[in-house]
Ligand binder design. Structure first.
Ligand code: FAQ
Length: 318
């Protein structure tokens, strides 16, 4: 029997399992491209969670009250935890943390474009929690049903925590909108700056998306970029209205026949600029990550030495 025949029969069995909504687990046979595509998506997702700590961490020391500070610290810690679950899920596919971080630092691996924008005022912390976490939830709820078991299970836990994050962001915006004129203006300004980058989080239109067709077939992705973006717009527009904010899009209007909001065109040139490394904060974000990584080298070395010592002890006792 030729290897080709064997491979295609493996592939057929694999696709049948995916079609039947069975979870694929780390030791199961999987097409090499499925494995590579998952490593790409999960590691980029992990990098996004970790780099996403930077714009929010920027405001921990300047949060307006002790309570807000404690909440923000807890949220930022959660994002680090999400990175950890996701790196661990990617490691089950045979890559290592070092390889993933290496690809982030070399620019070979992307992270969400949104985190390359600066957090200029306290209202930006509200906008990030409200809009960025909302967008993340809309996307990640669908990923709870992704075909790869470790990724799907990580998503369940992450989604629970993101719901709290979204609430804290919206609560900041709501509080500002009940405040003085200058506070309302600050909230509106934050929405103006974060709205369009939030829509870009869902990626290119389905027709332009390099990975969507295959990822949908393998159920790595469960819903298209445009469908998720539309769901986000529909819900965020109502939330903005409820607290007196104006969405910065002259083309926004309710479309009765579609049952959805119509909205304007995304600036795809800006999107391309940001994902190719030339957004407002790309260099700053990567430089900060590299510095923190270098400064943490001694911790990794100490952990590795401790583990090696423990392994020798266990082997000696056996
Ligand atoms: N930014 O063919 P597609 C969060 C790239 S978590 C940068 O459509 P795909 C939590 C894409 O990688 C936010 N790059 O790609 C938090 C590909 O390039 P490649 C992260 C983007 O994978 C909140 C190329 O464009 N969430 O926010 C972006 O099928 C607050 C072609 O695109 C996830 O990662 C973008 N926006 O669909 C943390 C969710 N869009 O890899 C802190 C999981 C596209 O070939 C504070 N990921 N690209 O070099 C996904 O669902 C998918 O990967 C998409 C993109 C939907 C992001």
């Amino acid at each position: 029997m030729s290897t080709n025949v064997e491979l295609s029969s493996n592939e057929r069995i694999f696709q049948a399992r995916v079609d039947a909504e069975e979870k694929i687990e780390p030791k199961d046979w999987m097409p090499e491209k499925y494995r590579q595509n998952l490593i790409r998506q999960i590691s980029q997702h992990a990098h996004s969670e970790v780099i996403g700590e930077q714009p929010e961490g920027n405001w921990i020391t300047r949060a307006p009250t002790l309570e807000r500070k404690a909440i923000l610290m807890a949220k930022v810690q959660d994002e680090a935890g999400h990175g950890l679950y996701l790196y661990a899920a990617a490691e089950t596919l045979g890559t290592t943390r070092e390889e993933m971080i290496g690809r982030l630092h070399s620019g070979a691996s992307k992270y969400a474009s949104i985190f390359n924008y600066p957090s200029l005022t306290w209202a930006d912390i509200g906008a990030i929690g409200w809009l960025v976490d909302s967008a993340a939830i809309v996307n990640q709820v669908s990923l709870q049903n992704t075909s790869y078991g470790p990724y799907a299970r990580a998503m369940v836990r992450i989604c629970k925590e993101e719901s709290f994050h979204q609430r804290q962001g919206y609560n900041i915006m709501m509080t500002l909108m009940q405040g003085a004129q200058s506070q309302r203006a600050m909230a509106q300004d934050a929405l103006n700056r974060w709205w369009w980058p939030s829509l870009m989080m869902f990626g290119p239109h389905d027709g332009e998306s390099a990975h969507s067709a295959q990822s949908m077939k393998w159920k790595i992705k469960r819903r298209g970029n445009d469908e998720l973006r539309q769901q986000f717009v529909d819900q965020a527009v109502q939330q903005a209205l409820a607290i007196g904010l104006e969405v910065p899009d002259a083309d926004l209007s309710w479309n009765e026949s579609r049952g959805h909001d119509d909205f304007g065109d995304i600036d795809w040139q800006e999107f391309e600029r940001v994902i190719s490394g030339n957004g407002p904060c790309n260099r700053q974000r990567l430089a900060h990550h590299k510095r923190a990584h270098d400064e943490g080298a001694w911790v990794r070395e100490a952990m590795a030495a401790h583990e090696a010592k423990h392994r020798h002890k266990t082997e000696d006792a056996a």
